[in-house]
Design a protein around this ligand. Structure first.
Ligand code: C2O
Length: 605
């Protein structure tokens, strides 16, 4: 692949066989779903400008889609891989071939199944190198490049995990954390988290380095559950890219990385030869948030020089406190684009979107006990509405949008509602007094499930301020937008205040991200140009928040020319009509856009 003459686009072809495989961790076999039997799955390596062809062969019992996380999919929403939003899923024992180009992006992205929770074991790197070779990196050419996937090991069935989450049974926690699929020596068979020196330790990831060389670590967070801090004892890291966009080199002892994000970091092997732990620690909001057991994993960075004769102890980095959520805030605030941007000076659309939890009554009614009562189900919300995934359907949302099959509306199983531009409830969003379940937060809980969309005219400049709330919990929220990168203009703690905060917008060199971390009890302001027609998922990349409904769909209309309009779907796009018997979707009912225009309500009118 690397030997291609400059400027010649190649076709990079892979076959992904998705199947269930028994994997042994913690002395126990667990049946998991993998691509080609690998954990992490195969890395796709391309040169910017290449086309990618991936034949997905679904030998799993699940309806499957693969999402190419961060790939812009310009005029190619059909390949975005979101079940029922951009395509009907690939049924068990069926195949589908994804075809897309990777253009105008360099660095590290990744791919994952967009099937709730299954992405915990169905993911891999998507590495994009510059067209003119490694010599054209805007940083010193590394001697070696290493993908590093932070993940989680769950010894429970992941489909059950999703069902529990959807049903508001929020008791499951990961068994442990992993680096490149390995739990490392803090884990052994007798306990999930063992003390050092225990017998039968789990394998850990080992990175061999040579003194004096430089390594490009391509970090990805594929975990379902947590942001992570990553450190290497005795070494600093220089962040040079994030989400396949170059950033100004930023030297740091610790990297914070949220689910969905990638960070490319340079590490020089400039420490005294020896063995050093590389450790990843899950961040969690402090009490009064409900606490889960601390999870940490580690591998070893091992100098190839002189280590055999010196069995020196492995050096462990001093890890930040797991409750130190501000470390992530400052880390992300230190990212800026390597190049200046032409950030649109003003926005055509302004949205303030609260990210919160709420609840719906288990019996479908309006009144029930709240505050974590069994009578209600805790759900995730955007502007106080929780997304209802269109699972029972005959066409995807994108097909319905493309064909504008309004005549079929009578058969609807799903209605679309407009995502409001502002929260329905205005309160002191980040008041920590709302965190514990109880009388204070209860009135803020009642919500409903709706399939929420927000339409944008082609080319609209959209500004979104994501605002966290403290209702029932105070997690950060890594918000991921499909099909577009977002300029991250500013972030802050507490409540967003336009009068004060617009002045802090960085319109010169804001980082461009597909996943933006909304800090715990804080906000982020982003701008993006809605110039890629299609139906694009926008959601929190914590998988439990995704399953709980912290999701919406942004619909970008076609432009006025062929070049700005979505082409027809590929002929072999899977059909939902044949979905009967799919294990993870209920039997097919009907799904159409029931006279959607008339049902959309415009907030404030
Ligand atoms: Cu990486 Cu919609 O997800």
């Amino acid at each position: 692949m690397a030997a291609l003459p400059t400027g010649m686009a190649a076709v990079v072809e892979h076959t992904f066989v998705v199947s269930q495989v028994n994997v042994t961790r913690l002395c126990k076999e667990t049946l998991v779903t993998l691509v080609n039997g690998q954990l992490p799955g195969p890395a796709i390596e391309v040169t910017e400008g290449d086309s990618v062809v991936v034949h997905v062969v679904n030998r799993s019992p699940y309806n499957m889609t693969i999402h190419w996380h961060g790939v812009k999919q310009r005029l190619n929403c059909w390949a975005d891989g979101v079940p029922m939003i951009t395509q009907c899923p690939i049924m068990p024992s069926r195949n589908f071939t994804y075809r897309f180009n990777v253009a105008g992006q360099e660095g590290t992205l990744w791919w994952h199944a967009h099937v709730p929770c299954l992405r915990s074991t169905l993911h891999g790197a998507l590495i994009i190198r510059p067209r003119h070779g490694a010599a054209s990196y805007p940083f010193p050419k590394p001697d070696k490049e290493i993908p590093i996937v932070i993940g989680e090991w769950w010894d429970m069935d992941l489909a059950q995990l999703d069902r529990n989450t959807v049903n508001g049974v929020l008791v499951d926690v990961p068994t442990g954390s992993t680096i490149n699929g390995k739990l490392g020596d803090l884990y052994n068979c007798s306990a999930a988290s063992a003390s050092e020196g225990a017998v039968e330790q789990e394998d850990g990831f080992v990175l061999e380095v040579e003194s004096g060389k430089t390594y490009l670590l391509r970090l990805m967070n594929a975990a379902l559950f947590s942001e992570y801090y990553l450190k290497i004892a005795g070494h600093t890291m220089t962040v040079v890219a994030s989400d396949a966009n170059y950033v100004k080199p930023y030297a740091t002892a610790v990297v914070a990385i949220a689910p969905g994000e990638t960070m490319d970091v340079l590490v020089a092997a400039d420490a005294p030869p020896g063995r050093y732990y590389i450790a990843a620690l899950a961040i969690q909001a402090p009490e009064p948030d409900v606490q889960v057991p601390l999870t940490i994993t580690r591998g070893i960075v091992q100098y190839t020089t002189n280590v055999d004769d010196v069995p020196a102890p492995v050096m462990m980095p001093d890890m930040p406190n797991q409750h130190d959520t501000t470390g992530s805030f400052y880390f992300h605030g230190n990212l800026s684009s390597l190049r200046r941007h032409r950030v649109p000076a003003r926005a055509d659309e302004h949205m303030l979107v609260t990210l919160s939890l709420g609840s719906v009554c288990r019996d479908g009614g309006q009144s029930c006990a709240r505050s974590d009562s069994d009578e209600s189900i805790i759900v995730g919300t955007m502007n106080d509405v929780s997304f209802r995934a269109p699972t029972a359907a005959v066409v995807s949302l994108l097909e319905a949008h493309y064909y504008r099959r309004d005549d079929m509306a009578a058969a609807a199983g799903v209605e679309l509602r407009a995502l409001p531009d502002t929260p329905r409830r205005v309160f002191n969003f980040t008041d920590p007094a709302y965190i514990p379940y109880g009388p204070k937060e209860a009135p803020l809980e009642p919500t409903e499930k709706q399939t929420m969309v927000r339409r944008f005219r082609h080319g609209a400049v959209v500004e979104v301020v994501f605002q966290d709330t403290a209702v029932m919990q105070s997690d950060s929220n890594p918000m991921h937008l499909h099909g577009h990168d977002m300029f991250v203009l500013a972030h802050g703690l507490g409540n967003y205040d336009a009068a004060r905060d617009v002045a802090s917008y960085n319109l010169v060199d804001p980082p461009l991200k597909n996943t933006v971390v909304v800090p715990r009890l804080g906000w982020v302001a982003v701008r993006f140009v809605a110039d890629n027609p299609g139906t694009w998922y926008i959601h929190c990349h914590f998988d439990f928040h995704l399953s709980m409904g912290m999701v919406a769909v942004f619909i970008v209309e076609d432009g006025s020319t062929v070049d700005t309009s979505l082409p027809p779907p590929p002929d072999d796009l899977p059909k939902c009509g044949s979905n009967k018997g799919g294990l993870d979707l209920p039997p097919v009912e009907f799904f159409y856009l029931q006279n959607e225009q008339s049902r959309e309500t415009v907030p404030g009118k």
